[in-house]
Design a protein around this ligand. Structure first.
Ligand code: HEM
Ligand SMILES: N[C@@H](CC(=O)c1ccccc1NC=O)C(=O)O
Length: 281
């Protein structure tokens, strides 16, 4: 690099400097929109943390949904290797969100209490992307559509997802196509209902785990799903413990009892047979 280079505003180590005609980093990423979407409502310094923590979570949720829709399509098409790759990615994203709680836990009760009155009735309970993720994983609950206005895109998406087989339903259909004897009412059911444990599904997964060499792809699928559910459980646990640390046992802004509601959610089992079969191994 010559001294001239350092002085020339059109060149720094050969880097392109003029983007009047070309697409720049910020153009490509839509940074003008993203970086002007933080609107603190309180005078409190810590609200920026609260906003960015949620916005980044929503971006990761968006990617998780993008991946999970593709996982379901790949399972349906019997394309397992790409589905494995995506499931592994989603589990790692979930791990990242688990660790993100460490940042939010730096928010102390008095700091949050200064922000909370400005949140009104808004709550993560109303996150349509979170609800869609629960639905695509099989934790269906039609009653929760009501927080979304009927005419909105979010409502339509959630309604469509409520009626569609979950990723786990697709895995079970794959078991049947692989020759396992799955109960007919498990293969064609009311998809709006949450996953319920089924003995024929448990027996099929048990065979897979008893002969991994014979059923390697299904075995790998099962373990990828267990990885994902494990990460999700950690997320739920960190949520409720962080909430207890920050607001104690106050009622939630979304109207639920708060910590006791979130604790109840720790009982949700997304892929029941994949966990219950372990006792038999
Ligand atoms: C100080 C931080 C937080 C507090 C005090 C808090 C508190 C709560 C409470 C009390 C609920 C129950 C619903 C209600 O009545 O409002 C809830 C639900 C929820 N929160 Fe948070 N939360 C916090 C951070 C977060 C973060 C960072 C996320 C990430 C996106 C999040 C996502 C959710 C979701 C998705 C629900 C619905 C859970 C379900 O229905 O199973 N929350 N939160
Ligand atoms: N439910 C929380 C409020 C809350 O956490 C929240 C409010 C607005 C936007 C995101 C939120 N995060 C998760 O619920 C509370 O009761 O304090």
């Amino acid at each position: 690099m010559s001294t001239d280079d350092k002085k020339d505003p059109a060149s720094w180590h050969g880097a392109k400097m003029d983007f009047t005609e070309a697409m720049s980093y910020g153009d490509y990423l839509g940074l003008d929109q993203i970086l002007t979407a933080q609107h603190p409502r309180s005078p409190n310094h810590n609200e920026m943390l609260f906003i960015i923590q949620h916005q980044t979570s929503e971006l990761w949720l968006k990617l998780m949904l993008h991946e999970m829709h593709a996982v379901r399509a790949n399972l349906r098409a019997g394309e397992l290797p790409p589905a494995f790759k995506m499931l592994a990615r989603v589990a790692r994203i979930m791990d990242q969100l688990v660790h993100a709680w460490d940042v939010l836990a730096t928010l102390t009760p008095p700091e949050y209490s200064a922000i909370r009155p400005y949140l009104g009735a808004s709550s993560g309970f109303q996150s349509h992307q979170y609800r869609e993720l629960e639905f695509i994983l099989g934790n269906k609950n039609a009653a929760l559509l009501a927080v979304h206005t009927k005419t909105t895109h979010a409502y339509e998406v959630l309604e469509r997802e409520l009626h569609a087989p979950s990723v786990y339903d697709e895995a079970i259909m794959l078991l049947a196509r692989s020759g396992f004897d799955i109960a007919a009412d498990r293969l064609d059911r009311d998809w709006t209902q949450p996953t319920v444990a089924d003995e024929s599904v448990k027996a099929a997964w048990l065979s897979v785990y008893q002969q991994p060499d014979k059923y390697w792809a299904l075995y790998e699928l099962a373990e990828k799903l267990v990885d994902l559910e494990t990460a999700f459980r950690f997320w739920r646990f960190r949520h409720v413990t962080t909430v207890e640390r920050v607001i104690g046992f106050k009622t939630g802004t979304g109207g639920t009892a708060g910590v006791s509601y979130l604790r109840k959610m720790l009982d949700v089992v997304l892929f029941p047979e994949l966990f219950s079969l372990r006792t038999a191994l």
